[in-house]
Design a binder for this molecule. Structure first.
Ligand code: DQA
Length: 139
């Protein structure tokens, strides 16, 4: 089975971005970890990142058409985008929402997610390990 791991805005800056919150490992490290987990779990894992909301919506449409499961960290769009939620609502396979940080321990505006209601499950605060846990669940 194929799983798309979709990352939204600013996640390409991992390692440089607020390291006290997001850690010092890089986006490339995250990609490598997801690929390693996929190999171990017998999943074909494709990891993508975009800073364009339109591109993310297109990837969700593609996942819906292909019947692929999704792991998504939509970054700030989590808290703002009904359009991403509407696209996620079309998925037929499970979707797991992941956040590196514990959004509930942070600013109020990070407490609400437009995606959670249409996700199979939500993992927050476990850093990179959250992605591995999501892949394990999907496998
Ligand atoms: C994030 C949490 C969001 O609130 C934030 O906007 C991000 C990253 C996380 O992985 O912890 O960009 O999704």
């Amino acid at each position: 089975a194929t799983v798309l791991v979709l990352n939204g805005p600013n996640l390409n800056r991992l390692g440089l971005r607020e390291p006290l919150i997001y850690g010092d490992r890089t986006y490339d490290d995250l990609v490598a970890l997801c690929h390693a987990a996929g190999a171990e779990l017998n999943l074909t894992v494709e990891v993508r990142q975009t800073n364009s909301e339109a591109e993310m919506i297109g990837w969700l449409h593609d996942a819906a058409d292909a019947g692929h499961a999704v792991v998504i960290n939509a970054g700030a769009w989590t808290h703002t985008s009904i359009a991403i939620r509407d696209a996620a609502s079309m998925l037929t396979a499970p979707m797991v929402e992941v956040h590196l940080s514990n959004v509930h321990a942070r600013e109020e505006f990070r407490h609400h997610s437009y995606l959670s209601a249409v996700a199979s499950g939500v993992i927050v605060g476990l850093g990179f390990e959250g992605y591995v846990a999501a892949l394990r669940y999907l496998a």
